[in-house]
Design a protein around this ligand. Structure first.
Ligand code: UN1
Length: 511
């Protein structure tokens, strides 16, 4: 039996003795309470940073960077390898803490920690592959090449919904790139952040590298605004809402810093008449109700061919009726609570708006009560768009398990619906027709306009090996795999003249 109670989890992760954690405190300007969304009860209090402690932490991180960047990259990789090993040891407890703090079901809490372990493994390999190109020079006896250099302390801002893995995507890559990180987690999941950062910091410190991984916790006015305006951070990597991203983008651009933005999604899944409908139904259900619809990759819009729309939605409605809501740590639960009362209000608002706009509620749509638990549970909902296809609320990202259904006749129409929103994170088509999948992935760019485009795989649950992120108001950033590491380094182009004559490019003579 895995650990599950607050006390066991806090003890196992040494949070009960952590100087930042206060058990039994009342909320104040100095202490934020982390609440369990399943019960509505406090888990523990967390001491918040002040302007002074923020300053100390960032100064230490900037100092640590000067040492860390001189450690050879493969040796930095060994520190990341040891962090990955330590995370493996604490996977159960950290996964349970994710469940306690944000309400993910056990398997998803564990999956999230696994995602961090995976990116650590990826980063270890990368630590020997931070390679630049060599280009042929147009001048005799010249060499033209590039190298990638550490960037500096990186400010990492994360959201509540992936309180461990999104830090991992950033911090593990940044570490092998020679950067230090200062992490500002969501105030809804500070305990996961404290436990995770403590593991990374402890391992790095024991290996002789204190200050590589730091944490600042606080409100936007005290910590967030300070951080994004802070010139010591050449890169701010921020995950959250489009509104937040706009603010970060403006402030960072003003000081010519760089941003890596991973913002809202409004992900659609197209089901064609040729699709394997069993496969499609499974993907829709996981995509729409998994993590209680609180992933930025959650499936929010289903675009289904008119000829199969009624029967396919009926299959989904029947599946929804069997979904077990409840304690995320209990065996058999598929959907836990929303993160807080505000999220329930937003869910209710979206459902009411959809009805006002002519949508038909097919299943769910109400606050749910789970015996013995007074948390923020809601019934996963499916809403059919009116025949006009106009349902403005479906253009907004609501972090809740609400699926809007649209019908289409031609694939071009389906793509127009899919691409007709401001966000561009993830997308999927279910089809067994080669031409349809080809059209969806058209290399001329006229298919899906999203950063992620899947065929016969759902919109959520990406692996770490690919680059993760999206277009339009999703912010354009790429994190995690592929060559996303380049965001954490600066490129230097180098020309070396190993001859004895002075030669100019473009054939210019200057004698
Ligand atoms: C997020 O919701 O911010 O692809 C990240 C996925 C996960 C990551 C989601 N691997 O659903």
């Amino acid at each position: 039996m895995s650990i599950a109670t607050n006390a066991e989890v806090l003890k196992s992760l040494k949070l009960d003795a952590h100087p930042r954690v206060v058990i039994g405190a009342a909320p104040s300007d100095a202490v934020a309470i982390s609440e369990n969304p399943t019960t509505g009860q406090p888990i523990a209090g967390v001491k918040l940073d002040t302007a002074e402690s923020y300053e100390r932490t960032v100064a230490q991180s900037a100092e640590a960077f000067k040492q860390w960047r001189s450690v050879p990259a493969p040796a930095r990789g060994q520190v990341v390898r040891a962090i990955g090993d330590e995370l493996r040891k604490h996977k159960d407890a950290l996964g349970a803490l994710v469940s306690l703090e944000v309400g993910k079901i056990r398997s998803e809490g564990l999956g999230e920690v696994q995602e961090t372990i995976d990116i650590a493994d990826f980063a270890v390999g990368l630590s020997r592959q931070l390679h630049g190109l060599t280009m042929p020079s147009e001048r005799p006896q010249h060499r033209l090449m590039e190298q990638w250099l550490p960037l500096g302390p990186i400010g990492v801002i994360t959201a509540f919904n992936f309180p461990n893995a999104v830090w991992g995507w950033n911090a593990m890559l940044a570490a092998v790139c020679g950067d230090t990180t200062v992490w500002k987690p969501s105030l809804l999941a500070p305990l996961t952040a404290i436990a995770t950062n403590a593991i990374a910091d402890r391992v790095a410190t024991e290996m002789g590298h204190p200050g590589v991984f730091s944490l600042v916790i606080g409100s936007d006015p005290v910590v967030g605004e300070r951080m994004i305006a802070d010139r010591r951070f050449p890169l701010i990597s921020a995950t959250g809402s489009c509104r937040m991203g706009k603010r970060v983008g403006q402030v960072v651009a003003e000081r010519f810093g760089r941003c890596l933005l991973e913002l809202g999604g409004n992900n659609a899944l197209i089901v064609s008449a040729s699709a394997d409908l069993d496969l499609a139904a499974k993907a829709v259900v996981f995509g729409a109700v998994g993590t209680a619809g609180q992933r930025c990759t959650s499936t929010r819009r289903l675009i289904v061919h008119r000829s199969i729309a009624r029967s396919f939605t009926e299959t989904l409605v029947n599946a929804y009726k069997t979904i077990r809501l409840g304690d995320p740590l209990a065996e058999g639960t598929l959907v836990g609570p929303l993160v807080n009362a505000q999220a329930v209000e937003q869910y209710q608002h979206a459902i009411a708006s959809a009805k006002d706009q002519g949508g038909t509620l097919l299943v769910g749509g109400k606050r749910a009560s789970v015996p013995g638990l007074s948390g923020h549970f809601v019934e996963p909902a499916i809403i059919r768009a009116p025949a006009s296809g106009k349902l403005p609320i479906a253009s907004a990202e609501t972090f809740a398990p609400i699926l809007y259904v649209f019908e289409y006749d031609t694939l071009d129409e389906a793509l127009a619906i899919q691409n007709g929103v401001d966000q561009g994170l993830s997308s999927a088509i279910f089809t067994n027709d080669l031409r349809e999948s080809g059209r969806f992935l058209n290399p001329d760019g006229s298919g899906s306009d999203c950063g992620i485009a899947n065929v016969n795989a759902g919109t959520s649950g990406a692996e770490i090996g690919g680059a993760f992120g999206g277009e339009k108001e999703t912010g354009g950033g790429r994190e995690s795999g592929s060559d996303s590491w380049k965001a954490y380094m600066r490129r230097q182009t180098i020309t070396v003249n190993f001859g004895s004559s002075f030669a100019l490019a473009q054939g210019i003579r200057f004698e």
